[in-house]
Design a protein around this ligand. Sequence first.
Ligand code: UDP
Ligand code: MG
Length: 311
Amino acid sequence: MIPHLSIVVPVYNEEANIPHLVDRLIKSLNGLNMPFEIIFTNDGSIDQSLPLLLDASAAHPAKIRIIDFKGNFGQHMAIIAAFSAARGTIIITLDADLQNPPEEIHKLVTKMDEGYDYVGSYRDKRQDSFFRTHVSRMINWVREKITDIQMRDQGCMLRAYHRTIIDKIVEGKEHSTFIPALAYKLSRNPTEIEVHHAERAAGESKYNLYKLVRLNFDLITSFSIAPLQLFTMFGLLTSFLSGFLVCYLFLRRILVGPEAEGLFTLFAIAFFLISVVIVGIGLIGEYLGRLALNLSPRPRYEIRTLYENDQ
Ligand code: UDP
Ligand code: MG
């Protein structure tokens, strides 16, 4: 039977969460009385996640499908791979660590039934560390200013998408992206609702500082060239100001004589401008790197095995 709902879950070393997640998912989805499937992508886990997923699929053969990646391609690629396997009309993403309660899925489905093609969500009380919560609030603010994407809480993954959006995402060839934002760009009639958020049930966050910075660069550079434009504007401003300075020093030299004071002030200004230039070169590199990746003929991810026992 073709499912109406496809639930998509990326999994990276979540052995301590999988049994509870599967139980809670199956229970809440059975309560909805509509055909569903759950697609897990095992994103190169090196713990017992895959055997546990296979056990779950043996216990619920017609409901669970598993995509096993050859390595770790990242949360968003894991979701895209599951999107390309999903058969439902409504596709819902959530995290495997039970931070997004499966019991909230019905709210998304009810909202989709009102005719929206994208139901995003914001967390009523975010249960993450002080550092994560505040950095993410800042990035949210920056994204709000420099892109035309309107969402209260880009980081919450408990979201529902209509098939039409998923088809477009799968057709696209972006190598690194940020799905909630990409889907928003492709949607025609988006909305958002409030959902609960829990602390990670077990294990640690899979994002270290480096991965987190990379993810946020993906978010900004995929959807806006405003950082480059700000650089050009800053460059124009400093050339204008330094032009004035040159004229002033020239006149001063003629009228008053040479000046040699303020050496360290000069250093400070020079160091500041040099670091701005270095950041600028890095920024251009980010955009060029993204371009090179997206033009590359290499696949975005590689699947080792697809486990589907209902075919
Ligand atoms: N995840 C993944 N690949 C990765 C990193 C994370 O599939 O390289 C999955 C992870 O198993 C979880 C979801 O993405 O289901 C969100 O990860 P996590 O909870 O660690 O992120 P956080 O909540 O700290 O932002
Ligand atoms: Mg989490």
